[in-house]
Design a protein around this ligand. Structure first.
Ligand code: FES
Length: 63
C-alpha cells in the first residue's frame, strides 16, 4: 500500500526530554524519523501554493 501525505512545515519542532533538546521532523523528509536530520533545508525555496513530490533519490518535482 502506498500513501501520499502532504506536509507544509519547513522545519523541526523542539521538545525537551530530561532537559535535553530533541528536534522532531515536521517536513516528512528526514531519513531518521521521528528526528530531524536537516533534510528540511531542501524545502526552503518551495513556492507557496505549489505542491512538490520528493523522490527517494532526493530529487524534487512539482505536482
Ligand atoms: S524538519 Fe524534517 S528533516 Fe528537519
Amino acid at each position: 500500500m502506498t500513501r501520499i501525505i502532504l506536509h507544509e512545515e519547513q522545519g523541526p519542532m523542539e521538545i525537551k526530554v530530561g532537559g535535553e533538546s530533541k528536534w522532531l521532523c515536521r517536513c516528512g523528509l528526514s531519513k531518521n524519523q521521528p528526528y530531524c536530520d536537516g533534510s528540511h533545508k531542501k524545502t526552503l525555496d518551495e513556492v507557496k501554493g505549489k505542491v512538490y513530490r520528493y523522490n527517494p533519490d532526493g530529487r524534487r518535482e512539482e505536482v
